[in-house]
Ligand binder design. Structure first.
Ligand code: SF4
Ligand code: SF4
Length: 415
């Protein structure tokens, strides 16, 4: 395999050596570009590179060079690399643009670099150590108590939720503890539409922040707990409103792992997982949803990286928005696979809040440039970062989860 020294102590990174070697250093991963009759796009893609400029920060080329340097012994794994490794939002824009055989492995390589850094005893940045210690005890990264996980559910609804149901709503930590508006809109919407749904008190964090920041041993413990819980519940399908939970349950829990991730946990989970938008889109298609009001607003949609590029779910939220009376959907220049990241993910919001908010502000300005009055999304983590950015820059944009738009407009189904 290798004609150079491959450091065997970097065990996980060494496994990826062949793929890392396939990076041709072409630099395609540094920008979005698409030329042709339908598209004419050439623009920035990497939030990390946009803010920190140097080649090591811009796209995956620099990360592959770091990996090669470490494996060949030319580079030392020391604290000075932490800023480069942890300001990447793991948005996947670089992976989208790469055209060589390293492509499927790019995010895995970035996350493996983080894993090796932590194994070597390096200190992760910002709030990561604090929430990592907390999550082990209270099963959420928000410094909240596990017993309060379902405190957002009003008692009149809680008392009526069945023990078992056709669908289990996997709420996720952000909606349970912070964006309760989205958790509540989702549950109310599903109940209004007559969906047989319930919630488990034993849900733990899906593990997304652990997977993305390289804390795989702990992530595995969380994945195993949730997999057992969901299997035991026996619901026909799991529903998430969070893009991060969706990516984690579908991809990281190995139901449909991307090529670079097939060996990470082994196949631990096989239940059907839907994002809320899949279910609503299907109900609309079957004529099961009636509206009793209209929005009459121009709306633009932000593709969360975890739902879009990571899982290729682009159409369901758009189809749902288009079905809402009075919605005029306009697209941002960077949308679908070319969507620009909100910079909350990959551990970045907790580690580097100012940088994270500055990227989100850039995206809000891009949304403003479409003439939209509402920035719609289907991820509580994007919602939080955009809302904070909107407030910071004094934007008039209104941030809304699509469930928040729907809940007041759909007609209640009579039982
Ligand atoms: S990661 Fe892919 S696109 Fe980027 S430099 Fe390497 S081969 Fe080229
Ligand atoms: S994953 Fe996103 S932030 Fe990280 S290097 Fe790639 S494009 Fe930049």
């Amino acid at each position: 395999m290798a004609h150079v020294l491959v450091r065997k102590d970097l065990k996980e990174l060494a496994k990826l050596y062949d793929y890392i070697s396939m990076c041709t250093h072409c630099g395609n991963c540094k920008y979005f570009y698409e030329y042709g009759p339908a598209e004419n796009l050439a623009t920035a893609s990497c939030p990390q590179g946009d803010k920190f400029m140097f080649d090591a920060y811009l796209g995956s080329r620099g990360k592959n060079s770091i990996a090669k340097g470490l494996l060949s012994g030319k580079l030392e794994l020391n604290q000075s690399l932490i800023h480069i490794l942890y300001t990447c939002t793991t948005c996947g824009a670089c992976q989208q643009m790469c055209e060589t055989d390293v492509k499927p492995y790019i995010l895995r390589i970035i996350e493996t670099l983080r894993y090796e850094a932590l194994k070597a005893g390096l200190q992760p940045p910002g709030a990561i150590p604090r929430w990592s210690a907390h999550i082990k005890v209270e099963r959420n990264p928000y410094m909240e108590k596990h017993v309060d996980r379902t405190a957002w559910i009003p008692s009149d609804i809680k008392n009526k939720l069945p023990k078992k149901a056709q669908y289990l709503y996997f709420v996720g930590c952000t909606a349970s503890y912070r964006q309760k508006n989205i958790a509540l809109a989702t549950l109310r919407l599903l109940l209004k539409l007559g969906v047989d749904v319930t919630i488990s008190e034993d849900e733990w964090c899906c593990g997304s922040p652990l997977f993305r920041t390289g804390q795989w041993d702990l992530a595995k413990e969380f994945a195993e707990h949730n997999a057992q819980l969901l299997d035991k519940h026996g619901a026909e399908a799991i529903i998430t409103t969070c893009a991060g939970c969706y990516r984690t349950l579908v991809r990281d829990y190995q139901q449909d792992p991307p090529e670079g991730y097939k060996d990470l946990l082994g196949n631990i989970f096989n239940a059907k997982v839907l994002h809320t938008m899949h279910l609503i889109e299907e109900m609309l298609r079957k004529g099961e949803i009636e509206f009793e009001g209209s929005l009459d607003k121009v709306v633009t949609y932000h593709d969360p990286c975890h739902l879009g590029r990571h899982c290729e779910v682009y159409d369901p939220p758009r189809n749902v928005l288009k079905a809402i009376p009075g919605v005029k959907l306009v697209e941002m220049r960077r949308s679908r696979q070319y969507s620009y990241c909100c910079a909350a993910g990959g551990g970045v919001r907790g580690a580097y809040p100012e940088y994270s908010l500055s990227v989100a502000a850039d995206r809000v300005r891009e949304a403003e440039s479409t003439g939209a009055e509402i920035l719609a999304c289907v991820c509580p983590f994007c919602w939080r970062n955009f809302t904070d950015a909107i407030n910071n820059i004094g934007s008039k944009m209104k941030m809304m989860d699509i469930t928040e738009i729907l809940v007041d407009l759909v007609k209640e189904k009579r039982k």
